[in-house]
Structures are given as structure tokens and as C-alpha cells.
Design a protein around this ligand. Structure first.
Ligand code: GLY
Ligand code: MN
Ligand code: MN
Length: 460
């Protein structure tokens, strides 16, 4: 268990959150933190990450713990460290000390939880040991990646309505995550001229995050093979004509995430074709951010990005036709197959453990259109929401070489012209944008994204 430096207002933040929850549900909720799973023997574990719903109300990443929330009260269930654990892990806080730090009203060992299960709702934790325990204790299936039912569904909706917009405690942490994420990207750019492998740039970026006693909020993507959208390999060598795409985010000790992508030339100079496409993606990125304000539909932001990309590609002669018509026929998805972004908070793709319950406004369902099916957020924006804006352009062989796709879009793509852009495998530009009452604030704005400044950062 970690001894954490926490702000004095942690317990106030947590009290406010559970009081808000109490206004939305009239039954108890029990949230488990999850287990630290062994790799081979019990003491050699995979890194522990507490469940985000637990973290939201408990504030600390406590393994093998549970909290019970009822009518604004917080009860903590956790076992005290065993006497032998002092030998291996040193002195760790007692249950009473933890309870005081988070403002718990009552604290007891895990075994006591069994007397408090009646009529309680819960949400599934990802690790098998925990969701099995949840299912056994509550005597019903509590499964990750399956929609919650009954009171669990009511609890999910209540928590979503709280977590959709961020309070001051959350924003303090999210700003810290954003600041370290920005530093990591600058370090990655600066390390590129000396690096021979993707892995060396990754090390420079993650080194900054680790040095701030943070972790990564998802598996880093640092690749010259950027046509693979979530490429998690780092063995490729860096060649002077390559673009390097880095999608790397920091996560604070209490679990709040950053999520940023930049794409830069390994040589420190974009080729003219790379710069042309980069500027198309950047124009889409900037247009989306300029549009963000309360009440705007996130789907419209996505369609704005799609239209901006279509426009840019028409100007470059890659597409032929009217940009609006191209978007209506989903032609943008040939090169921009993903959604414009997602919610960000305690998780990257915040609350997607609940499927589309958080991302989609009640009554809306995901479209199966080629150009909309990866849209992860479909709600009107509200002050306090944090979203990513991450348009991209990729030449994905599995899309562009698909015979059916090629024949459908044969007449709108100038394939000959496209072949002149072979040195652009993929470009994505991603920032974290807070919706404010006036419009928006880019939490990651300290990281430049215009082509000239990116070149300068790589060149030191
Ligand atoms: N880092 C994953 C994403 O941007 O969605
Ligand atoms: Mn993202
Ligand atoms: Mn990302």
C-alpha cells in the first residue's frame, strides 16, 4: 500500500461527491477497488490500478478494499497489513489512518463487509478475482464488459451524471496530469535527434512521467508505423524521412489522466507532403476546439473535423468532390476512421467500462456508419466536461486496399495523387479540452502544435 501525499481538502472533495450521490440514489452502493494480481508467485504482482469508480469516492488507490456509500456516509473495508508485510513493505498506514485521511465514518476489515451487502448496488471491477468475489457476495452476476442491470444500472447512471463533469478536486489533478504530459512530449521531441529506436524516445517520455512519480494513463504509442492506430511496438529504427507519432499521457497518483498526441519529423524537418497533410489535420483540430462551448453537440464537432479534413484533401487534390458530400458518403473515414475523441477523467476513454452508457446521451445509439461508428461521445457539451480533440490522417492498408472500399470510393479519390503522399503513414494531433461556461480551455495548450514550432522543439 502506498503512503500518499494528499491535499488537505481530499476528504472535503470526497464528502461532497458522496453527498451528491446520495441525492441521486436511495439505496447503498458498494464499490470494490480490485486486486493486485500475481504474475507468478503471490508477492510478484502486476502493477496495481484501483478501479476508477472506487477512486472517485475513496480518493486513494488502496488494493483489496471496498467502500460502502449510503446517505452521504462512507464506510471503508480494508484489512490491516499483516505483521510479516512490515518485513517486505515497511510500515504502511493502518486502516484507521487511511479512514481518517479520506474522511470515512466507519472502518472495518474486509470480512465485515459481508454483513452490509443487503440491497446494495455495485459496478463490476475488471480483474477476475474481484468480479468473482463481487458476484459471489452479492449472489448475482457482476460482470465487466456487460451492461449493468437493475439497481446496478441506476447506480451506474448516477455515477455517470457526477463523473461527466469535473469538480475542483478533479480539475486540480487533471491539470497536474496535463502539465506532466506536456513535459513528456517536449522531452520526446528533444530526444529524437539522438535516438536510433522508437524505444529510446518512449524511454525519454515515460522517464519524465516516472520522475514525477506518476504512471502512464494507457500504453504509450511511440511509433514511426503510425498507420497502426494503437501501435504498441517500439522496436523500429528511426529513419530521417520518418514521421514519429507519440500518443503518451501521464496519470497522477490518484488516477487522473492526460492523453496527448503529437507527430513530428525524425529529421527535424517535415517534407512538403508531410507538412501539407499535417496542416490539414491541424486545421481540423483548431476548427473543432474553436467550436467547443456548452450546448454544442460533440457529434457535430466530429462532423466538423470530418468536413475540415475532406476540404483539406480536396485542396491537395487527393479527394475530388464537394467536402459536405464526401462526408455524407463517409469518404473522410478512408483516412480518418476513428472518432474525434472521448471523455477524459479518471480514465482515458473515461467510463467506457460501462460501454456507451456514459458516452451516449440516453436514447441515442451508436451509428453503424463507416464514418461515425467509432464516435465514443455523443452528447451535448456541458461546462466541466473534459474531452479530447484528436483528428488524424492515416494510410491504413487494410482500409485503402480493401476491394469493396476501393470500388465504393473509386471516383472520389485521386489514387495517383495520393501515391505522392507515401511518406505520410499517419498523423494525429490530440489535446485535452475542458468545456467552460464561456467556451473552452485547452489544458495541454503549453505543448505547441504548429509545424514550425514542433520542428524547433525537435531541433532543440
Ligand atoms: N490514447 C488513446 C486515445 O487517444 O484514444
Ligand atoms: Mn484520446
Ligand atoms: Mn491519445
Amino acid at each position: 500500500m502506498l503512503i500518499l501525499q494528499t491535499s488537505t481538502s481530499l476528504s472535503d472533495t470526497l464528502r461532497h461527491r458522496r453527498q451528491q450521490l446520495a441525492k441521486l440514489i436511495d439505496f447503498p452502493a458498494i464499490l470494490w477497488s480490485g486486486s493486485n494480481n500475481p504474475r507468478n508467485f503471490l508477492a510478484n504482482t502486476f502493477p496495481f490500478r484501483a478501479n476508477s469508480h472506487f477512486l472517485y469516492f475513496a480518493g486513494l488507490p488502496l488494493p483489496k478494499a471496498a467502500i460502502r456509500l449510503e446517505a452521504g456516509k462512507l464506510e471503508l473495508f480494508i484489512d490491516d497489513p499483516s505483521p510479516s508485510s512490515v518485513l517486505w513493505h515497511g510500515e504502511t498506514p493502518t486502516r484507521e489512518e487511511i479512514a481518517e485521511k479520506i474522511g470515512a465514518d466507519v472502518a472495518g476489515p474486509m470480512a465485515e463487509l459481508e454483513s452490509w451487502l443487503e440491497d446494495a448496488a455495485t459496478l463490476a471491477v475488471q480483474d477476475a478475482a474481484t468480479w468473482t468475489q463481487q458476484s459471489q457476495l452479492l449472489n448475482r452476476w457482476v460482470l465487466p464488459q456487460s451492461p449493468p442491470q437493475g439497481i446496478d444500472l441506476e447506480l451506474a447512471k448516477a455515477i455517470i451524471s457526477l463523473r461527466l463533469t469535473h469538480d475542483d478536486g478533479a480539475l486540480t489533478e487533471l491539470r497536474k496530469a496535463a502539465a506532466v504530459t506536456v513535459k513528456a512530449h517536449k522531452a520526446g521531441m528533444a530526444a529524437t535527434p539522438q535516438a536510433k529506436l522508437e524505444a529510446e524516445v518512449r524511454a525519454a517520455m515515460e522517464g519524465v512521467i516516472i520522475a514525477h512519480n506518476m504512471t502512464t494513463s494507457y500504453n504509450s504509442i511511440v511509433t514511426v508505423r503510425s498507420e497502426v492506430l494503437h501501435n504498441e511496438q517500439y522496436h523500429h529504427s528511426l529513419q530521417p524521412g520518418d514521421l514519429l507519432l507519440a500518443d503518451v499521457g501521464a496519470e497522477t497518483q490518484t488516477g487522473w489522466a492526460g492523453d496527448v498526441t503529437r507527430t513530428w519529423p525524425v529529421s527535424g524537418k517535415f517534407s512538403s507532403t508531410q507538412r501539407d497533410i499535417y496542416n490539414v489535420v491541424l486545421a481540423a483540430h483548431d476548427a473543432c476546439i474553436a467550436k467547443i462551448q456548452p450546448g454544442v453537440e460533440y457529434e457535430d464537432i466530429h462532423l466538423l473535423a470530418a468536413t475540415a479534413i475532406a476540404e483539406g484533401l480536396v485542396e491537395l487534390g487527393i479527394f475530388q468532390g464537394n467536402p459536405q458530400d464526401l462526408v455524407e458518403m463517409d469518404a473522410h473515414a478512408l483516412f480518418f476512421p476513428h472518432g474525434i475523441g472521448h471523455l477524459l477523467g479518471l480514465d482515458v476513454h473515461d467510463m467506457e467500462d460501462l460501454g456507451d452508457l456514459a458516452g451516449y446521451e440516453e436514447g441515442r445509439e451508436r451509428s453503424d456508419r463507416f464514418g461515425l461508428s467509432y464516435l465514443r461521445l455523443n452528447r451535448p457539451l456541458r461546462p466541466g466536461m473534459l474531452v479530447t480533440i484528436e483528428p488524424g490522417f492515416y494510410q491504413v492498408p487494410a482500409i485503402l486496399n480493401d476491394v469493396n472500399v476501393r470500388s465504393k470510393y473509386q471516383s472520389v479519390v485521386n489514387w495517383q495523387r495520393l501515391s505522392e503522399f507515401a511518406d505520410v503513414r499517419g498523423i494525429r494531433i490530440e489535446d485535452d479540452v475542458l468545456v467552460t461556461t464561456e467556451g473552452s480551455e485547452v489544458l495541454t495548450a503549453a505543448l505547441p502544435n504548429d509545424a514550425d514550432t514542433v520542428e524547433n522543439l525537435v531541433n532543440g
